[in-house]
Ligand binder design. Structure first.
Ligand code: T5A
Length: 230
């Protein structure tokens, strides 16, 4: 359900926020700003990501993004992301929200719908079934979709490769047509899913993107917390 900053008025908040978008959309950058916002408001924050947030997830991340030995087939890739997610939900997301922290995740199951569904072409019913098992009904209060022309996103990630530690992963090597399908998939989810999607123009500068996000964060902060201590 696509929401605007005026129409977003949550009656309660579980404390779970997801950032989504094409590669290089600026999710990690915005995640840091959002974390600062909550910390400034005396809230505990957990910044996390998929794949690779847990100890097991780090191994799974390298299997799926670097695969030094053998590339997983499409169905194996789907299951690796699902295994990473199940562990993430169990070890980080649910314990974090249960103790009252704000859990901000760079990617969640929407990425599987976009990349393995719209991108790879795996049947969406199959993806939905596997996602449902992995998330065990753990859904975010808000999905912030950073919408960007994928060519711009890929240029940003290539610039970043001049910085140490990063390399080109499996998906960054895919064609522009693949990434265009990913973008379309995310926009289609923003229109058709039940949860709230804030669609932000990610071609803007970082300050404008944060300013566009701020009213959603303020609305969440005002909402009563549910599930704390569950
Ligand atoms: N995947 C993941 C699946 O296929 N299925 C799944 O189920 C899941 C969970 C993960 C890959 O796995 C795939 C999707 C991904 O391809 P990753 O390394 O975690 O791999 O990749 P991304 O999530 O895409 O993260 P990136 O780091 O590539 O992109 P971000 O986080 O969106 O972007 P960020 O903030 O790192 O910014 C990239 C560069 O742009 C600059 C930053 O300074 C940085 O240099 N930047 C901007 N420049 C101009 N204007 C702005 N507004 C900018 N904001 C940031």
């Amino acid at each position: 359900m696509r929401v605007t900053s005026n129409s977003f008025a949550p009656r309660s908040a579980s404390g779970f926020i997801v950032l989504e978008g094409v590669n290089g959309a600026g999710k990690t950058t915005l995640q840091n700003r959002i974390a600062e916002f909550f910390k400034t408001n005396a809230q505990e924050v957990i910044t996390t990501r998929e794949p690779g947030a847990t100890a097991l997830g780090k191994t799974l991340r390298s299997l799926v993004l670097e695969h030094p030995q053998e590339a997983p087939c499409e169905m194996a890739e789907l299951f690796i992301f699902a295994a990473d997610r199940a562990q993430h939900v169990e070890k980080i997301i649910r314990p974090g929200t249960a103790r009252g922290a704000w859990v901000i995740s760079d990617r969640y199951f929407y990425s599987t719908v976009a990349f393995q569904g719209y991108g790879r072409g795996i049947n969406q019913n199959t993806i939905n079934q596997i996602n449902a098992l992995a998330i065990a009904e753990t859904r975010p209060d808000l999905v912030i979709l950073l919408d960007l022309d994928p060519a711009t996103g890929l240029q940003r990630t290539q610039r970043r490769q001049h910085e140490p530690v990063t390399g080109t992963d499996t998906f960054e090597k895919e064609t522009l047509a693949f990434h265009t399908r990913i973008r379309e998939g995310f926009l289609s989810m923003a229109d058709s899913m039940q949860e709230a999607f804030a669609v932000i123009d990610a071609a803007q500068n970082q300050q404008h993107i944060f300013d566009a996000t701020l009213p959603y964060l303020q609305a969440l902060l005002k909402a009563p917390r549910v599930g704390v201590g569950a």
